[in-house]
Design a protein around this ligand. Sequence first.
Ligand code: GLA
Length: 643
Amino acid sequence: MSEAPKFRVLSGVLAAAIALSLTPAWAGPAADPLAPAGRWEGSAGGSASTPPMGWNSWNAFRTEVDEAKVMGAARVLVDSGLAKLGYIYVNLDDGWWLKRRSGDGRLQIRTGIFPSAATGGPDGTSFKPFTDRLHAMGLKAGIYTDIGRNACSQAYDLHSPNLPEGTTAEREVGLDGHVEQDISLYFKEWGFDYIKIDACGLADFVPGSDLVKRQDYRAMAPLIERGSINRTDIAAVKGRYEAVAAALKAARPARDYVLSICAWGMANVRSWGKDVGNLWRTSADITPSWTSMLHNFDSAAKRPLYAGPGHWNDPDILHIGHGEFDAAHPVEVRSHFSLWAMINAPLLVSYDLRNGPASFLDVLGNADVVGLNQDKAGHQGVVAYDSDDAQIIVKTLGDGQRKAVALFNRGAAPAPVTLLAKHLKLSDNAPVTLRDLWSKQSLTFTGEKAFTLAPHETLVFEATGKRQLENGVYLSEIPGAINVAIDGTRQPQLDPSIHRMIDPWSNTRSGGSRPQYAGWGGAQADTTPYGQTLQVAGQSFDSGIGVLSNSRLQVRNDAGYAQFTASVGVDDSTENTGQPLRFYVYGDGKLLAESPELAFGSKAHRLKADIRGRKVIELVVRDAKSGKAQPVVASWGDAQLTR
Ligand code: GLA
């Protein structure tokens, strides 16, 4: 077997981009990003082995937050038993700051609303008494800042009584120019455990704008242009968050922190967030409407391969308690919660816990549903049936013996939904038992079972039966054990598959709701990168991984499987039909199997690799010839690990 080239000349724009970004002038040829790393690269550091749970002040209070409100929420988390279930983070959002002190740049807290911070002395103010109290209650504390100079409230909440005060410089409360100082203050001195870092400072303080002139801010040429991925400086945005991640590691060498990136799905963060932080927002702010919930859900639901223990897609805090998720909408409340649980979203509640109805505590306190979200294996649910009307989402629990399934009616009319054993990757001819995690009733079926879902209803079951693959798992069943090291996308493309709501801020004052988040074309479980059925030369695959060429995936083999097999080839749906591919399988950096050159129309090639004793399997697809910059759609059909 010939060793695949470790260094090769990459063609066109991709090669130039990689060379520029990776090669210092003195280092010779660029390292090949497709060469196997031989070690797991899917951990960004920090401490979020399961999705963070708790409370955030924003949806309840916006900038009108204060210590009594926050402590009241903390008290309810403890007294209701929610903290015991895992709801331990109490996260301050925007509104806490007074100013950045001139002279030493030390941030000062608005003690009018956080009285315990009025510690006096040379430091002026401190959140240490506040975090001490939360810690003494068995909780953890979160704080909020911005990656630029100014925060979102300074652009969008100008009426707020709690905006930073003072000179232009004193009102620059964001991290820009103060990364080490502020991170050290928050994590070493004040004892916070979690930080959410917004990005308005990189987007909204545009030179010459009315905002900058009227508020006398220092202008910053936007690194994020909300309407244009091509005019967004992705590398610069990522670089700024990387600097924060480095400062966090230095401040908390025990890695006991959570880094939440809040760039709202912009700057291609849906692809790189996992390499830098523990969670990253995948979309705009949620509003308390059904369609906003759909939009935010969609922004994360098709990204299962990008999430896993330590790194999670974040479709935003829950909006339970408000608008179309208030107590008069119990069906919608359960759906919102069930869906967030199924896709391993953070479960951060954000209503005024002191005044909420008991019915919400019952929803949040459903230990079975929380258990899905907090399952240690960290496999995000995969969409097993997709349509604009209804979806079926299947989540593998633990090692794969148990599954959870959600049947989701997105629409306003009743929906007929037939669940197949096949959707669950369970055998057609053995009984499947479903336990309803809301009603706690069980039922058994063989082959298929028909349901009628009420408008907006989500049913959630735990499912057991005979696995299709009795002696192993399909890779698409274990997304949490996969790291998309390089996904093959060459030019960020906007994702057209996300529900296009009427924009809650601009309403219909534009030509329409446009796709806005990059990431389309990324690696997918059980479909191609563009949502098509996996198919090679007419042979279709219900299971498998769809990727673009010039990609590298990593798979953890913690369970000690002995064999990897897949049927690989150029997918029939590819637009670029002129480029043949080669597929490679590595184990701990060593080449274990490779395909011959496979052209469009070639039958799927069966790849088999002995992976006994190998911890990290890497799956690489390369363009066989240098040529068009357009990637080829590649299928790892039926990709599986077996005993
Ligand atoms: C942005 C974020 C929100 C919230 C506000 C605070 O809009 O996306 O989640 O933090 O800023 O101003």
